[in-house]
Write a protein that binds this ligand. Sequence first.
Ligand code: ATP
Ligand code: MG
Length: 267
Amino acid sequence: MTSNDPIFEVQDVTLRFGGVTSLNNVSIQHERGEILSVIGPNGAGKTSLFNCLTGVYVPQEGSITFHPSVTKAINIVGRPPHRVAHAGVARTFQTSRMFNALTTFENVKIGVEARQKTGPIGAMLKLPRTRHEEKYSDQRSHELLEFVNLTHRTNTLADSLPYGDRRRLEIARALGTDPKVLLLDEPAAGTNPSEKLALAELINRINTELDISILLIEHDMKLVMSLAERIIVLNFGGVIAEGTPQQIQNNPLVIEAYLGASDEAKQ
Ligand SMILES: Nc1ncnc2c1ncn2[C@@H]1O[C@H](COP(=O)(O)OP(=O)(O)OP(=O)(O)O)[C@@H](O)[C@H]1O
Ligand SMILES: [Mg+2]
């Protein structure tokens, strides 16, 4: 698929760990504004791809270009994660990484402050020029909690949040960095059916109301099929299929590699 306005261009990316090839010559284009889903069996390389896109892993081969706007191109390979985040790429993690002893509000505020000039350290030291930023970050954190429907949990410790709320808090924190693209790594894992519905609605709102492109790794096929405009299928580190939800559902390679692989995938 070609376009004049991609947000991410991944070209011929290969990532190896010793003898293991996690990504094998992967090329992907993510269009600006698109909800693109990456699926594939366990160990297919999905999280490795996210780690490459966010600067956590540096692939041995290939290029990754992020376009925060139509006229800007940023080379991701070799750029440290905090600078990738600052450029406008936000993510959530497959396993939750909240500060359990902090409140919901404080967790979101850390996300907001990660983006500011002074940063969390300056904020902790209460440097004079941070007071204006502090006011902003308080206000922005409250807005984000409202956006993800967690206002009633503002002062709840992250540790004691129900699972679905916890996943929404992770998303709120990622949104705090004011991203252009949001990478979600299995956001529905461990949630119940009503939490899944609420999550799908939230992801759609992030995409349409905040105008943020979405890259979604998810094992729940129902959720993927209802949300994604396009799907990319990875298997053994390589792209084996790409297309609309309908094309993917009917692709024999995908059925063999993934949909037929386990009962979990058929949910
Ligand atoms: N830091 C690492 N060191 C060594 N091997 C790694 C590392 N990170 C990933 N791998 C390997 O890369 C392969 C792909 O793993 P990855 O976590 O990307 O899969 P995944 O598609 O996200 O799977 P899952 O659905 O289980 O989350 C696996 O074989 C994994 O063991
Ligand atoms: Mg993974």
